[in-house]
Ligand binder design. Structure first.
Ligand SMILES: O=P(O)(O)OC[C@H]1O[C@H](O)[C@H](O)[C@@H](O)[C@@H]1O
Length: 580
């Protein structure tokens, strides 16, 4: 069916939800209509995520029903036992998250699949935990994580509590291809399924069990119990679900000196005090830093709306220093290492993504810890936990990625900002007691291993044209980048994750890449500095990651600036002249 037929079908459906009908009637621009109806919204890095609104290329009750139906078919194909194991469902505080979670529960229940449904908003890591706790076959989290308020999403978890693997995603995609009746998927009111016992609501009892399990995240229990209240912390949940659990967890373990930014603890779906509820964005800390001014705090922390990302600000005298995800991950890893015996280290592994700085890997290797590099997306890190433990018996020590995601204990199989916030507080406390700071510890690591500097530039490409443009830019880099383009910076190799090949100078094939094919290009220079390009899987953006290193800090900064300038220039050239 072409997009115009699909549009007609929606226009002519007399039962179409009123708000969506109204929205549809007011779209006059043909390009806009085409963008909304030319394809079904895709599964990306974090499941199905996109802007909410009318159309099959948007998130709305019909596209949610369609995906829920595909889950129902997938589960039913595994037999009655699997249907009884069922699905755990939770949601964040975004507009329509609760409604979409209830719709999902009803679609599954209408097919006879048992559902455990959270009775109110909860963090994403708690959903991962719940899947494991209930021994469900799958999990669903309705969230768009840190995206702007007009976004929502549908994340699917497997029975391990990790985001589904590519294999499962492909099976779901094959089912989805045959579901085109999104407008006629009928459900009964949720209460009916609750009365029948097909849907069971769950509540605070899971919080309690989850918080008890968090004890294992703390490494030096005596230090935290005795001195925890000496660390002064400001916390902002950025209007999200972190407010439900993080303060309670901090208090349980003895971090009593915690001030929560009240104006951002209200679960507001419009995230009205911030431009973007993303701890990667410095502006998100503004209000929390105002609290810090008068309270002499040691650290300021922020979690995103579904509490799977953690950002941290510390102070150098009175100046705020925004730690990036690579630095936070490094500090956590460095601290964890101190509590393991050489034998334990030898028998453990860390997992990080290919766009995460290499410094964590270097540190780990120094202690004979195995390093697993995965594609972007915490689902690949979660997957490694199972694979590595099964295949080579290595024990998971830590997983992290530059985009502010970390996991300490594998009782959760996705990134967990609550775990990270607890461990980070312990690291900061340990530093404080030893007359150090997080910054001085980072300096020590840089002195030993060299200064690592990272940055990320993103370019927005919206709609169908944007997607094409982004792909053209990737192709252009793939085809036209030569040694000469970089003047004094010599490329040692190019890793093309799409063709799964690594090329040396003069495009000589060196080896193949043992990871699933993905549209990612990485240029690695002689000193191991690198630049990596990939279209985001969760937003219409091209992401360009930079990571440089040098023994001298000023030289590392210089390299970073040179690379940023070159790539920015190349992309702006392609964007404005070549491709329009
Ligand atoms: O770069 P993207 O594809 O947009 O993904 C950015 C991030 O999105 C989500 O938060 C995923 O859970 C992360 O694992 C991923 O790193």
């Amino acid at each position: 069916m072409n997009w115009k037929d699909k549009l007609t079908q929606w226009r002519e459906d007399t039962n179409l939800n009123k708000a969506l009908r109204h929205e549809l009637m007011n779209i006059k621009d043909e390009k806009e209509l085409e963008d909304r109806f030319y394809r079904y919204l895709e599964f990306g890095t974090g499941g199905m995520r996109g802007e909410m609104g009318v159309g099959i290329n948007r998130i709305n009750e019909y596209t949610i029903k369609r995906v829920a139906k595909s889950l129902a078919i997938y589960i039913a194909s595994h037999g009655q036992d699997t249907m009884n194991k069922g699905v755990a469902i939770s949601y964040d505080n975004r507009h329509f998250s609760k409604e979409f979670a209830e719709i999902t529960a009803s679609v599954l229940a209408s097919e006879g699949i048992h559902v455990y449904l959270s009775d109110s908003m909860r963090p994403t890591p708690e959903l991962s935990f719940s899947v494991r706790k209930f021994s469900s076959f799958l999990g669903v989290m309705i969230t768009a994580s840190h995206n702007p308020k007009n976004y929502n999403g549908f994340k699917v978890y497997d029975e391990e509590g990790g985001q589904i693997t590519l294999e499962v995603a492909n099976e779901l995609l094959a089912i989805l291809e045959n579901i085109t009746d999104e407008l006629s998927i009928n459900i009964q009111p949720l209460d009916m399924y609750i009365e029948q016992g097909t849907v069971t609501l769950f509540s605070k009892e899971i919080d309690q069990i989850y918080i008890e399990r968090l004890t294992s995240v703390i490494q030096n229990k005596e230090l935290v119990r005795k001195k925890g209240s000496e660390l002064s912390v400001i916390y902002t949940p950025l209007h999200g679900t972190g407010a439900v659990l993080l303060p309670q967890a901090y208090k349980t373990f003895g971090f009593l000196n915690l001030r929560v930014v009240e104006e951002q603890s209200d679960g507001d779906s419009g995230f009205f005090t911030v431009k973007s509820p993303n701890p990667e964005d410095r502006n998100a800390f503004k209000m929390a830093l105002d609290y810090a001014v008068d309270s002499q705090s040691d650290i300021v922390i922020a979690t995103d709306p579904d509490a799977d990302r953690l950002g941290v600000v510390v102070f150098n005298d009175t100046q705020p220093v925004y730690l990036n995800g690579n630095q936070i991950g490094l500090l956590l890893l460095d601290y964890l290492i101190q509590f393991k015996t050489p034998q334990e280290l030898n028998n453990s592994f860390i997992a990080k993504t290919i766009v995460t700085s290499d410094l964590g890997g270097k540190l780990a290797e120094d202690y004979h810890i195995e390093v697993q590099n995965t594609l972007t997306g915490f689902k690949f890190i979660g997957e490694q936990i199972k694979l590595s433990e099964e295949i080579n018996g290595k024990k998971f020590l830590f997983g992290y990625e530059e985009s502010y995601g970390y996991l300490v204990e594998p009782f959760v199989r996705d990134k967990d900002a609550i775990q990270a916030a607890i461990l980070l507080a312990e690291v900061a406390l340990h530093c404080k007691i030893n007359n150090k700071t997080l910054i001085s510890r980072l300096e020590e690591l840089y002195t030993e291993y060299g200064y690592y500097k990272e940055d990320l530039i993103t370019y927005e490409f919206k709609g169908k044209n944007g997607l094409e443009k982004m792909n053209d830019i990737m192709t252009s880099f793939r085809d036209k980048t030569t040694q000469q383009d970089f003047n004094k910076l010599n490329i040692e190799r190019v890793e093309d994750y799409l063709t799964q090949q690594i090329y040396g100078p003069s495009e000589k094939l060196i080896e193949s890449i043992n990871l699933p094919s993905s549209n990612v290009l990485k240029f690695i220079f002689e000193d191991d500095s690198w630049v990596c390009l990939r279209p985001s899987g969760t937003e219409p953006k091209l992401k360009v990651y930079f990571s440089v290193n040098d023994k001298l800090e000023y030289k590392a900064i210089e390299k970073l600036n040179i690379l940023k300038e070159i790539y920015n220039f190349k992309i702006s050239l392609m964007d404005t002249t070549t491709l329009i």
